[in-house]
Structures are given as structure tokens and as C-alpha cells.
Design a protein around this ligand. Structure first.
Ligand code: GTP
Ligand code: MG
Length: 299
């Protein structure tokens, strides 16, 4: 670009390169989805079409960005994870976030009619998503981040399932149901969030509505995990609850090495799973997610 007297304006741009050798999580979240879901009459508490559409858009994001190792989605949010070795956009935060947000939104709109054929999108009710990038310095903390989102999914889903049963099947008003679920609020430690302990809600579901929460669909209870499928491995010595805290940094990979890995990742199928990602088993069977080294393609 030719020099001009105006070029000094570039000096106002703030650097936003994320720390090297750290996991990068870009979490996006639907803006105003409370209203959005009401307008398009999403089923309460869970709309399968809406979740499938979120997953379908996220699969396309994973396909377009082979640097992504794993993604996790629940409700109107999705977390996309880049490996510590990732050098995409020189690890510039805004570039990573805006690319993911716009690619995801583009596909969400593009695929909307596939999942909601009889309710076309109409302004002003158009979907939009915010996004942020957070870095995590170890495998252990990255896994804790993923566990945090999945625990949140469980807590919210149990609450929402019970709440909407009480309202839709039990004929209670929203306020009454909310009050009843709040009864045990005081004096409970914070992990019994939203008032009642899990057991109380399980009991309400079972005794009043004959629902065994364990039999609810996994997509609602566990959320959605997206990753590239390579050959599963036998877990070596599965030690319950133990977290792999091994240091991550492997130094910078050369550009040609990165390109080779990208090609291998592109060949793998992106799968959508609804499984536990808190215990070791998931990670031990799929070592390529944390190592960043593609495994063998399934036969
Ligand atoms: P901001 O993210 O702050 O803009 O607000 P929000 O309205 O999007 O709320 P938030 O992200 O905290 O929560 C997502 C909201 O989306 C939920 O509270 C629900 O109202 C709605 N939602 C998400 N998934 C479903 C679904 O499957 N069915 C129904 N009925 N609603 C859903
Ligand atoms: Mg939202």
C-alpha cells in the first residue's frame, strides 16, 4: 500500500494477540434468545429443532476451521476450542472471534429453513450472536472449563424440565412453580443452585409426573460435543476424577507442519456426540483432542 499522510491512523489500533501456548476458547451466545425463542415458538424447555440447528451450524464452523479441536454447545451458546499450537490469524483475538461468530451466524440463517420449514425468519427477529475469547494455560484448566459448561447444562436442564412440567402438566402458574423450586434456597451451599437440590427436583418429576430424569434424552442432559472422529483408543489406566495437567507447549510448529496437520484434520468426519466430558474416559479414548496430533482415520 502506498504511503500517505493518513497512514499514522494505523497506530491507533490496539494489539490483541492472545498469549502463546495456551488453549483458546471462543464462546458465542445468542443475543436475546429468550425473546427469539418465544417468537418462533420453541418447545419448552427444549426444542430439538433449535438444538439440531445450533449443532449443524457448529459442524460447518468446525469444517471451515480445521484448527478447532473440539466444540461444546448447550441452549443458545457454543464454545469452540483452539489448540495451544494454533497459529491461525497470528492468534489475534478479534479475528478469531469475529470469524467464528459470523461463520456460525451465516450457517444458522442459511440452514434455518431446513429445521423450521414453516416459520421463515423475519426481521426484527433475526438471530445474532456475541462472542469472546478466553485463554486457558493447561489441559487441566481447559477440561475444567468444559466440565463447567456441562455441569451448567445439567443444572439448568433439570431445573427447566421440572419447572415446565409443573407449569405445563401440573397447571401451576410460573410464579408458583418458581416459588416452590426456591423453597430450599436459604442455607444451602451455592452448588445447590437455583434453590432446590437435584434430589428434590428428581423427586418432583418422578412422584408428580412419573418421569425418571435419567431417561430424558442425552442431548438435553449432556449438551452436544463436536470433534473430529479418528480411531478410538483403549483407555490405559482410567483413574477416576484425575486430571491430566501435563504441560502443553510444544514450541511453534513450522507453517508446512501446520498445513500438513490441517489437511489430516480436514479428512476426519466431524461428529456430534452427547456424552460425559467430565470424566477421564472421553479424553483418554480420544487422545488427539488434547494432543493436537490427528489419529488414524477409522476404516
Ligand atoms: P442474552 O444472551 O444476554 O442476550 O440473553 P438471552 O435472552 O439470550 O438469554 P440467555 O443466553 O441467558 O439464555 C438463553 C435463552 O434462550 C433461555 O433462557 C431460553 O429462554 C432460550 N432458549 C434456548 N434454548 C431454548 C429451547 O430449546 N427452548 C426454548 N423454549 N427456549 C430456549
Ligand atoms: Mg443468549
Amino acid at each position: 500500500m502506498a504511503n500517505s499522510k493518513y497512514e499514522y491512523v494505523k497506530d491507533f489500533e490496539q494489539p490483541d494477540v492472545l498469549l502463546p501456548s495456551t488453549w483458546i476458547v471462543v464462546r458465542i451466545d445468542g443475543k436475546g434468545f429468550h425473546k427469539f425463542s418465544d417468537h418462533y415458538q420453541f418447545t419448552k424447555p427444549n426444542d430439538r429443532r433449535a438444538l439440531d440447528l445450533m449443532n449443524a451450524a457448529a459442524v460447518e464452523v468446525m469444517k471451515e476451521l480445521p484448527d478447532l479441536c473440539i466444540a461444546y454447545g448447550v441452549s443458545d451458546e457454543f464454545s469452540f476450542v483452539f489448540h495451544p499450537n494454533c497459529q491461525l490469524f497470528e492468534r489475534r483475538s478479534a479475528k478469531l472471534v469475529t470469524t467464528i461468530v459470523s461463520t456460525f451466524t451465516g450457517y444458522y440463517i442459511h440452514k434455518w429453513s431446513e429445521y423450521f420449514p414453516s416459520t421463515p425468519l423475519q426481521p426484527p427477529y433475526l438471530p445474532s450472536f456475541d462472542g469472546r475469547a478466553v485463554i486457558y494455560p493447561s489441559n487441566g484448566i481447559l477440561r475444567d472449563y468444559m466440565s463447567w459448561r456441562q455441569v451448567d447444562c445439567h443444572i439448568n436442564n433439570l431445573y427447566n424440565t421440572t419447572f415446565w412440567m409443573m407449569v405445563l402438566k401440573g397447571g401451576m402458574s410460573n410464579t408458583d412453580a418458581e416459588q416452590e423450586l426456591k423453597i430450599f434456597d436459604e442455607g444451602h451451599p451455592t452448588y445447590f443452585t437455583q434453590g432446590t437440590v437435584s434430589g428434590d427436583k428428581n423427586e418432583i418429576l418422578f412422584k408428580r409426573f412419573g418421569i425418571n430424569y435419567n431417561n430424558e434424552e442425552d442431548i438435553y442432559k449432556k449438551g452436544s460435543v463436536l470433534y473430529r472422529q479418528f480411531e478410538l483408543q483403549e483407555p490405559e489406566s482410567a483413574q477416576e476424577g484425575e486430571v491430566d495437567n501435563s504441560a502443553v507447549p510444544e514450541g511453534k510448529q513450522s507453517r508446512s507442519q501446520q498445513e500438513r496437520l490441517r489437511k489430516l484434520r480436514r479428512k476426519a468426519q466431524v461428529v456430534v456426540d452427547h456424552v460425559d466430558i467430565i470424566k477421564n474416559d472421553f479424553w483418554e479414548r480420544r487422545p488427539w483432542i488434547l494432543s493436537g496430533k490427528p489419529g488414524k482415520l477409522p476404516a
